[in-house]
Design a protein around this ligand. Sequence first.
Ligand SMILES: [Fe+2]
Length: 408
Amino acid sequence: MAVEYIAVSIDNIPVGLELDCKAYVKKGEEFAYLCENVTITDALLERFRKAADDPDNPDNPVVYIASNYLEAFLKRGVDLGWVPEPEKEPEPVAEAPPPKPKKSVKPPPPSPEFEEVKRQYIETKVKAESMFAKIAESGKVDSGSTDDFVLEIGEKLETNDISLIIDSINNIRSVDEYLHTHSLNVAFLNGLMAKWLRYDKKRHDELVKTGLLHDIGKLLIPDSILNKPARLTKEEFETIKKHSVLSFEMLVNSGIREKALLLGIVQHHEKLNGSGYPHGLTAKDITDFARITSISDIYDAMIAKRAYKDAQSPFTILENFAEEGYSMLDIKLVKLFIDCMIGELKGKFMVLSDGSVAKVAMVNERNLKYPMMELEDGTIISTTPELYCVRMYNADISAEEVAEIYKE
Ligand SMILES: [Fe+2]
């Protein structure tokens, strides 16, 4: 049965408590610390606080504890029968043995099909950049040209191999072009979800358009905050949180009246358990478009390499999704996304933590983070916390390469 996680103030967790379950701490949208079957010590509480150092909630850092355990914990607290154990020193962590050198797979050169999809993807990205520049200048969205662009994205999803489009989303980006690349990727991912959900053409296009415009309000937020390569202050984070309402207002002011699109955009940071923003809505009020866009948004934000963080392996992201899906995201949609992505990631090349490259052989949906990998000699190994997938073996493009295509 799915386990729900409940946010508990770190200040309310007593030292000495045996936590016989999983617990995790998040920083903003991201998982920052995960533990299981631990005894609470002052040192561990301090670690929780550090990991949860969240500008959004600086005064009340929380840890998410499995709800089935929490009930037992509360009962024990009420009958006062529980006596804290003396604080234990944290046990020294044994040094993991260095991973054995593996025989690295030599990935084949990119196929002509991939080169073609890559060319088309970069071309689309250049168009997205100029579209966003026009919107930034005029403060208005031209619905007609946006619709043409949405049709173009739909055609690419229709005519190209999906796995190559996912390759492009996962690999091709440079650090300094976040907003339009992210928006384009969320549009593509929304299109893939529409395909997997068998939406009709009209709904498909509207969902792609939702992805393309979901963060458009960020054009009104100063770059110094948006691309700050350091932790945001509480005020700065509050400013960023205004972007979903700003997106909505900009679209309404531009004469756009598509209800599903507008609600999908203003709600894309709402969470089913009410912990999202701007309105703290709960499941019954959050639309399908918002639920889907939220999944596409989180996936692309995590896969991206930013000025302040490294790109993450898609398997780590899928594992985090599975955890988060139980309380914050739509679990059925998350499951569909994970199942379809697993299928597409099979056979892809990944860089492992020892620097070698291996091919994805099999993914166990109960252990998403550690897929089985095939090495050059055909042996299959299981990845582990000691030897794991760091990121996709990729073909990052430089700003010069984008400029080159732009000139053509
Ligand atoms: Fe957003």
